[in-house]
Design a protein. Structure first.
Length: 344
């Protein structure tokens, strides 16, 4: 691959792609906060009214404050997609309210800790939730032994630890599942190359960077020659291994600012940033020779054909891609196992 040149294109690309990418887990947390804010009103309102009837004005006011904070947060998420009250403010108010309830009403109110910590574990980021859990356990464990007998306190602490432990495991599983789903949405599951759905986004980014003077960009369109023969002779499993091996070669020989896409069965595209046509042809020729010289499948020499196209001012991404495709067609038409155009 050509020598990497320092520029700002990498930062621009990764920022824009990350900003445009979905975050389903964060969406889930935001929805959970919003639902919590609406649901807490009918749930806590009877308790608040009862506290006022029983002349426990401070407890009634605490319940009303909790409803107000969470409802305002829900409204802000609904209207502006942003939390108005910081999570640490909510947690601090919650833990203070629990401590006051436990001291005022006695050991029976310890059970409020179970849903409170379970919910906080789901609606906050995992690191923050773990920190909150640790602080809560450090506070609630001695408090439970102080206000109740050893048997009840031991059961409470054990149950609370189990709830926090398994909720953390469940959250971890959701995070892992989210990462896998995000990867499947972006990458080809067989080869781990970027999939066709990502191509327009990356090409648009490259064109924009070229227009802004961050350097030229070139496309390498690669097709495995006579791939059907590989499947017919060695089976589809061997064919899959060949595809993975070819992409592995492309990944190992790419720079950080280059990207590899699978756009067809045995057809791949490499986007080279800061690369003019002649350097792109040199890169393509290097890849062609490397594939030919390495035995990727037993008893059969594997070759590839490549078409190279540097972006021309005023082209659309489809026109740019079409030129690379026509050059690949020409390389195959000239006998395969070659690069088109040839280096001057």
């Amino acid at each position: 691959m050509p020598i990497q040149q320092p520029d700002r294109s990498t930062a621009v690309t990764f920022e824009s792609i990350n900003a445009s990418g979905p975050n389903s887990l964060q969406d889930f947390r935001d929805r959970a906060w919003m639902i919590l804010g609406w649901a807490v009103v009918p749930f806590l309102l009877p308790f608040s009214i009862n506290h006022f009837i029983q002349n426990r004005y401070l407890l009634g006011s605490l319940a009303l404050t909790v409803m107000l904070i969470l409802s305002v947060n829900s409204f802000s998420l609904y209207k502006r997609n942003k939390q108005l009250v910081p999570v640490w403010v909510i947690y601090s108010f919650l833990i203070i309210s629990l401590i006051y309830l436990i001291n005022t009403l006695g050991p029976t109110t310890l059970f409020w800790c179970f849903p409170a910590l379970f919910v906080m574990g789901f609606v906050t980021e995992r690191k923050i939730a773990r920190t909150m859990t640790a602080i809560s356990l450090l506070i609630l464990t001695p408090l439970s032994f102080y206000i109740s007998n050893i048997e009840l306190a031991s059961r409470f602490v054990f149950t609370l630890c189990m709830i926090c432990f398994f909720s953390d495991i469940l959250v971890g599983y959701l995070i892992e599942l989210q990462e896998k789903l995000s990867k499947l949405a972006v990458h080809d599951p067989l080869t781990n190359a970027l999939n066709r759905r990502q191509l327009d986004l990356y090409l648009s980014e490259a064109i924009e960077e070229t227009k802004r003077g961050f350097g030229p960009a070139s496309l390498l369109l690669l097709d495995i020659d006579h791939f059907k023969k590989v499947n017919d002779t060695h089976g589809h499993e061997a064919g899959d291994d060949v595809l993975k091996d070819v992409v592995d070669i492309l990944h190992r020989r790419q720079r950080r600012l280059d990207h590899v896409f699978r756009i067809g069965g045995e057809e791949f595209l490499i986007l080279l940033r800061n690369t003019e046509l002649q350097h792109g042809i040199t890169t393509a020729e290097s890849l062609r020779k490397y594939v030919e010289e390495n035995e990727l499948i037993t008893g059969q020499t594997l070759t590839v054909s490549l078409g190279v196209a540097e972006y021309k001012e005023g082209e659309s991404s489809n026109e740019w891609l079409a030129r690379a495709d026509s050059h690949l067609y020409e390389a195959k038409n000239l006998g395969r196992n070659r690069v088109h155009p040839v280096k001057n």
